[in-house]
Write a protein that binds this ligand. Structure first.
Ligand code: 3NM
Ligand code: MG
Length: 516
């Protein structure tokens, strides 16, 4: 098998330790995994003596040959030579790539573990056939890993490889299993450079039924995740403001007609307000903070809002359960990282949530979005604070974050910036009174969740629809004679949200002329 014809889609790395293999027989497990569809195998054994290594590797090679799948040996070039298998995988602390190549020849498959752009560039330059990029997520299988780089770090490495123009293949490794694999492939890749596959240890070796585990994983690798399936191609989306705004009423109408579920996992302060806003715009709210309800609720065709306004340790695991359930069903998820930069606990919660699932949309104020992006900002509390960036900097930040996460990012402020990584728009509606009441940002998340629930094809359009519905309602409410300040503004806002839904349903679009 020529190194260039290798299929890296589902790469099995073995582990013979009792904690992972249990009392199963490694050769039988690998055979089963091959029947399930594993496309390449690496024999990785850090403890056995050389004699045992060679003997097991020979047995494994018999099996992989029958399935016409390459066998690589971790680290041990001597074992690969003794067995005559297809190649090796080397880590940064192992024998160097050039020496391995000299020993094994140009037809051997040689892969290298890389955790940074520098390591990737060196491995490419020295002629690696593929890179194992990791560690994706923290994993119990290997705890002495250097860096957890996540989808964002992996994407940076993929870009660097693309820009040096080397035809090297790539797999991601670390904590990849049935519940993370599709998101890893979707978020780490972009239109220019994609991962060629994923490498897994425990998801197959520790499985009760390795054949079934492999075949399930392969299916997931070969199909786009549910949250990407309905997306329009870029050239089918509205690219100018006018067209985009002209499509807003159909989204709002659709909310009124379908009354989608808006499942809020939100803070104590805004629960009542969010439920009222959801009802006013025509959605059906449920305030369910118990993560064990996520699986049932995710099946109802609605959207999830994860709002970390009053975050607790227990809350975090509940968020993750529901988020996974919505990702699995393909229901949209909105992340509201309230006060993300205010405390160490909140900064850590942001990381855990971002690593734990896919959010279709992230909505926050300037400080929150910066924190999610990874900039260090000390927020005073959960309120928005004073803006320090220029419009260009804000637009660039939301675009970069959206591109990195492959979702939509909305930064709220006097002018809001919203982007899907390709298109970036600024919206200047709203009213100063929104800053004088509690939860005005949180309930915007609720509003947008309803729009996403009915319109997933163009998530940016759904975000803009929610934004305009909400902020123009605020303008109309603030201008009413009976509104004297924040107190009277709240009920007026709920009324005007309702009025906009009703007017749009009746084809009266005068309110939308205020869009700016
Ligand atoms: N290498 P699991 S992580 C063998 O980051 C290995 O280089 C890693 O195991 C790296 O699929 C890892 O069970 C273990 O999470 C991956
Ligand atoms: Mg190694």
């Amino acid at each position: 098998m020529a190194p260039s014809n290798v299929d890296y889609s589902l790469y099995l790395v073995t582990d013979s330790t009792p904690a992972i293999l249990g009392d199963k027989d490694l050769v039988q497990v690998v055979e089963a995994a091959l029947q399930g569809g594993v496309t390449i195998v690496q024999y990785r054994d850090k403890v056995s003596d050389t004699g045992a290594l060679v003997s097991t590797a020979r047995k494994l090679h018999e099996v992989t040959k029958r399935h016409n799948v390459p066998l690589l040996i971790n680290d041990r070039v001597d074992v690969a030579l003794a067995v005559g298998c297809e190649g090796v995988h080397i880590g940064q602390d192992d024998l160097d790539l050039k020496s391995a190549r000299e020993l094994l020849g140009k037809n051997a498959i040689i892969g290298v573990t890389v955790a940074s752009i520098e390591e990737a560039e060196t491995a490419c330059r020295d002629g690696a056939n593929y890179l194992g990029i990791g560690t994706m997520f923290a994993t119990a299988t290997k705890t002495n890993t250097k860096d957890i780089i996540g989808t964002a770090g992996t994407k940076q490495i993929l870009r660097a490889i693309e820009s040096i123009g080397k035809d090297v293949q790539t797999v991601s490794i670390g904590g990849i299993n049935a519940s993370t694999v599709q998101r890893v492939l979707y978020q780490a890749s972009d239109s220019k450079k994609k991962l060629d596959g994923v490498a897994v240890v425990s998801a197959i070796i520790a499985a009760k039924d390795p054949k079934q585990a492999a075949s399930e994983l392969l299916k997931l690798v070969q199909n786009p995740p549910p949250f990407a399936a309905a997306s329009l191609a870029n050239n089918e989306k509205a690219h100018d403001v006018k067209t985009l705004i002209s499509e807003v009423p159909s989204v709002i109408k659709s909310v009124g007609q379908k009354t989608p579920l808006s499942h809020n996992m939100t803070n104590l302060v805004v629960q009542n307000f969010a439920a009222n806003v959801a009802l006013a715009i025509g959605a059906s709210p449920i305030m369910a903070n118990n993560g064990d309800e996520g699986a049932d609720l995710a099946k109802l065709g609605g959207a999830l809002v994860v709002n970390m306004g009053t975050t607790t340790g227990e809350g975090l695991s509940n968020f993750l359960k529901s988020l996974k359930a919505y990702n699995l069903e393909g229901g949209p998820a909105v992340f509201d990282p309230v006060g993300a930069g205010a405390t160490t606990i909140r900064r850590a919660a942001v990381k855990t949530l971002m690593a734990g699932g896919y959010f279709d949309l992230i909505k926050g104020n300037e400080g929150e979005i910066k924190t999610v992006f990874g900039q260090v900002v000390q927020q005073r509390g959960v309120d928005s604070g004073v803006s320090v960036s220029s419009s260009l900097e804000k637009a660039t930040l939301v675009r970069d974050l959206a591109m990195r996460e492959r979702n939509v990012v909305l930064m709220t402020g006097a002018t809001d910036f919203v982007s899907d990584g390709v298109r970036t728009f600024a919206v200047s509606n709203g009213n100063e009174l929104l800053g004088r009441i509690t939860g005005s940002g949180c309930v915007l998340g609720t509003t947008i969740s309803a729009m996403l629930a009915v319109h997933r094809e163009d998530k940016l359009l759904a975000a803009v629809a929610g934004l305009l519905h909400y902020e123009i309602a605020a303008e109309i409410a603030a201008a009413r004679e009976d509104v004297k300040g924040p107190g009277t503004f709240v009920p007026a806002l709920i009324d005007e949200l309702y009025n906009i839904q009703k007017a749009t349903q009746e084809g009266d679009l005068k309110w939308l002329e205020k869009a700016k």
